[in-house]
Design a binder for this molecule. Structure first.
Ligand SMILES: [Zn+2]
Length: 139
């Protein structure tokens, strides 16, 4: 998975920043196969038409929610996309179960949305967003 703490050199970073504004080729943002393993609880797997395979866990996708509220919260707290929220400092931390969706449904032919077990459901995960998320192009 591409989100596992890869340290980027600055040249790569600036190239990525440039790339972030460029449209992706249509085959890179069209899924050939989508697997959403809700009952297994594992996560989402997409095989794109260009042959690339992406995989995310449900907690990662929940913490990367693209809705305006979550986006704003990440900007304010400096939390990276997909990074878990910090645990509140308590003597006895409350157990929070890992995020999982109760259901997932297509939005038109360009996105999927999840109804998360915590009640949140405003994030629209477009194919473009998901591919960019996998490539590390989402801020
Ligand atoms: Zn959200």
């Amino acid at each position: 998975m591409s989100h596992e703490g890869i340290r980027m050199i600055s040249r790569e970073e600036s190239e990525r920043a440039e790339q972030a504004d460029k449209p992706l080729p249509p085959t890179s943002i069209s899924p050939a196969k989508v697997k959403i393993a809700i009952s297994e609880g594992t996560g989402v797997e997409i095989v794109w038409k260009d042959g690339h395979r992406s995989q995310w866990t449900f907690p990662y996708l929940r913490d990367a929610c693209p809705c305006a509220t979550c986006h704003e919260e990440r900007e304010k707290t400096g939390r990276a996309v997909g990074e878990p929220r910090p645990q509140p400092k308590q003597l006895l931390p409350l157990y929070t179960p890992p995020a999982k969706p109760l259901s997932a449904e297509p939005v038109g032919n360009y996105a999927i949305k999840f109804k998360w077990a915590d009640g949140h459901e405003s994030g629209i995960y477009s194919w473009d967003f998901l591919r960019r998320l996998d490539e590390g192009l989402v801020k």
